[in-house]
Design a protein around this ligand. Structure first.
Ligand SMILES: Cc1cc2nc3c(=O)[nH]c(=O)nc-3n(C[C@H](O)[C@H](O)[C@H](O)COP(=O)(O)OP(=O)(O)OC[C@H]3O[C@@H](n4cnc5c(N)ncnc54)[C@H](O)[C@@H]3O)c2cc1C
Length: 377
């Protein structure tokens, strides 16, 4: 019998496994893919995640970036620099995620990859977790199986709408210049944007509509956008993947089980940042399960509350800003993105130095003002 069985070895599952194992608990991490595995993702990670771990992330970071460039329909460019103490990390998800799993293993967590979970059963005071390679028993179970995993539904949580995002990974023959920028393109995707994140030797080019109808033909967006950087679509590998965006505070626990990461729909509805909230939720869930194992009957409910107060409360503001911004993206670009402080605020938000709540009133006034001729310009 394990103290805890974690389903899914992405950043949420590994963060949970790391902290539970570090506190001396027996942990089994079950992952359906063979590791290392690629996860469709552009791989921008806030360096602030390092504060919750006591190891050096350097081996998992592909490159760092400070420069950000924005365009409106490929024109009207504007550039900014992240002014945060640390630049933003760019990671390759096969490398980054495997590194985190290995850190959890060094603390004693056991890994079984190539092992899809096929069902779970609550047997009184423990869970039986069934896989194609046999069954395992755990006092607690963690659903860390991402946006398209089955665990949340099996645990009886209501189904949630998923967005669809596309990404084109284009390798280059030589390393990219130090001076290149993170790129965002507004105006070509209704209710969303295009982006191009440089890696050490390649680009990760993405597209998503964050509201309304999901994009369907990703190639029609990604191909011309790639060409605008002199890159050919056919040289890359294209993927689509669901994205479970935060859409209201919901319970994240039930008896002896919690949801973490995208299984808990933690993705920021404005920036689509999912890795940092996945790791935060994993760290918090580990703390809660540790307390529950020590007899605190309220610990899992406290996990839900803490995620609502410390993440969900701010995601409400992110959602409100996104809703207004994508109603009038041209105005948003002119009165928001083009401001010299926009990139500084973006960096501070990703670093957790400020919250959306701190800037929401000003941003929404500007966007609202922009709707009235003569104001907000
Ligand atoms: C195109 C795109 C671009 C993105 N870009 C960024 C970005 O630049 N920065 C950012 O912060 N976020 C980004 N995101 C979001 C980010 O990728 C996710 O939010 C993040 O991976 C969530 O981590 P997780 O650990 O919850 O889930 P995942 O990383 O999805 O891991 C879940 C794991 O569970 C496993 N699993 C599923 N079902 C089972 C099962 N039945 N049994 C066993 N294992 C199972 C899967 O194989 C997977 O390894 C992007 C997302 C997309 C789609």
């Amino acid at each position: 019998m394990y103290d805890c069985i974690i389903v899914g070895a992405g950043p949420a599952g590994s963060a949970t496994a790391y902290h539970l194992a570090k506190q001396g608990h027996s942990v089994l991490l079950l992952e359906k893919a063979a590791l290392p595995r690629y996860k469709p993702c552009s791989g921008a990670v806030s360096p602030s995640v390092a504060q919750w771990f006591d190891f050096d992330f350097a081996p998992a970071i592909d490159r760092t970036m400070r420069k950000v460039r924005y365009t409106w329909k490929l024109g009207d460019p504007v550039e900014g620099e992240l002014q945060t103490a640390e630049p933003i990390w760019m990671v390759r998800r096969d490398v980054f995620d495997h590194f985190l799993v290995q850190q959890a293993q060094t603390q004693g967590a056991q890994l079984q990859d190539s092992t899809a979970v096929t069902g779970i059963e609550l047997k009184g005071d423990y869970w039986q977790v069934n896989t194609a390679n046999g069954s395992f028993e755990g006092s607690y179970v963690v659903a860390a199986d991402g946006a398209d995993g089955p665990m949340a539904q099996w645990l009886g949580f209501p189904e949630q709408e998923v967005r669809l995002a596309g990404v084109l990974e284009v390798p280059t023959n030589t390393p990219l210049e130090d001076t290149c920028a993170i790129n965002f393109e507004f105006g070509l995707v209704k209710n969303g944007c295009l982006w191009n994140f440089p890696k050490h030797q390649g680009y990760s080019i993405g597209a998503c509509a964050f509201r309304g109808k999901n994009l369907q033909e990703f190639k029609t967006y990604l191909e011309p956008y790639a060409q605008s950087f002199g890159l050919s679509y056919s040289q890359g590998s294209a993927f689509t993947h669901p994205l479970k965006v935060w859409d209201g505070n919901r319970p994240l626990h039930r008896d002896r089980a919690v949801l973490v990461g995208e299984a808990a729909a933690t993705v920021d509805p404005l920036s689509a940042e999912g890795i940092r909230p996945a790791m935060v939720s994993g760290v918090k869930a580990a703390g809660a399960i540790h307390q529950a194992l020590n007899g605190n009957a309220e610990a899992l409910a406290a996990y839900t509350r803490s995620m609502h107060e410390e993440w969900g409360a701010d995601m409400q503001w992110a959602q409100r800003i996104a809703s207004l911004f994508y109603r009038v993206p041209g105005i948003g670009y002119r009165v928001g993105i083009k401001r010299p402080t926009a990139t500084q605020r973006l960096g501070q938000l990703l670093a957790g130095e400020i919250r959306y709540a701190d800037v929401a009133n000003r941003v929404m006034k500007r966007l609202g003002g922009g709707l009235i001729p003569g104001l907000g310009g």
